[in-house]
Design a protein around this ligand. Sequence first.
Ligand SMILES: Nc1ncnc2c1ncn2[C@@H]1O[C@H](COP(=O)(O)OP(=O)(O)O)[C@@H](O)[C@H]1O
Ligand SMILES: [Mg+2]
Length: 424
Amino acid sequence: MTTVNSLSQQAVMWVEKYRPQTLDEVIGNEEAKAMLISWLKNWKPGSKPALLYGPPGIGKTTLVHALAKTFSYDLIETNASDIRTAEKILHVAGHAAFEDSLLQHFLGFKGTIILFDEVDGIHGREDAGGLEAIIKIITQAKVPIILTANDVSDPKFRELKNQCLSIQFFRVRPPLIMALLERICEMENVKYEKEALKILAKVSGGDVRSAINDLQAIYERSGKITIEDVKVLSPRDREITIQKALEELFLSDDIERVKRILNEVNVDYEIFLQAIHDNLPYQYKNLEDLASAYDKLSMADIFLGRMKRTQNWSLLKYVIEEMSMGVNLSRKGKYTPIGFKFPPSKLILMARTKLTREVLDKISSLIGKQCHVSRQRAIRDFIPFLRVIFENNPAEAKKFASWFNFTEDLSSYLSGKSRGFIKK
Ligand SMILES: Nc1ncnc2c1ncn2[C@@H]1O[C@H](COP(=O)(O)OP(=O)(O)O)[C@@H](O)[C@H]1O
Ligand SMILES: [Mg+2]
């Protein structure tokens, strides 16, 4: 029996639902935990910031949140890779230091902790300022600062490491993960075999987040966690083609099945959304069904855009719901699938126009070199005439090609031989 209520409840991601709220709930890395607590207890202005580093999914970010909560600190979280300029970071930090005294005074807060999450997300030249800015701030810190990173082995982090108390985090041991999975099963009323949880914990490679995600995926697929169910988890089995995924999405009457499709299809959400969009008018003939499905799809699109902008991944469940169940349930009548088309038309178009743009850029820059004209003028005044010549008079075209230094590719574009591919 499937009620709307149980559906929306299951759409909650367990990694969020069971995110530890207290320090004790964060499993593993006891030593690192103790170091961090003692660092905070002894912190005074001038103390070094703490740098927590280690592989993803082991609770670094969660631990910082739990720490702030336990010791009544206000936490300002900054995703380092989102911050482009030193000014912005300085502003955030300065603001926090100022607010501290107010909050302390009026609300009894001990103060503020600034979290720079995933500082190794800062890369490339454009972000060099970001890393420098962080180093500048942490060396003049008036509030406790915690940084997290996955991997700081690159030499560019040397200075950062020098300025911090580095605390290394390790993968979480499988028995601990297994115990956590067992607790989650109990709380979710999920039937399980211990041996299956053991396998899950083991294949997670010490990554708690992916262990929980796998547990939920299997449960949503099979309704229980047995050794048999866990076996199907091998990555190869999980992937289905975009054709198969579309077919099930449009066709299936099993709504539980529909929700899982997006976990299994091996393309990113944006492409899949585009594929649904492109295929819908061929699949749903009833206009009301079609309108409703597009409505759901546009909601998914809005959530997806917002999620990407804000990096708020908890929106993903809405994206998935609208895209899968929303579209599937929009169909009222019977349905017989007809052929699907992909790759999505928009992507083809983008690839095409990108190619065209590149070709036009090359041609117009060569024209510009010889004739000293702008790109616009080359495209507007020269290329149409060259096209006529290249299409009709190969001998003359050859002379122009050599004078302008056009490559074969560019010549065949102008002659229309490759235009069918490049541009319609
Ligand atoms: N040590 C842990 N104990 C309990 N849950 C964990 C632990 N590590 C990760 N998790 C689960 O995985 C999710 C992501 O953890 P997170 O703190 O973001 O990892 P990291 O910052 O190390 O990448 C959490 O919401 C939680 O559900
Ligand atoms: Mg993190």
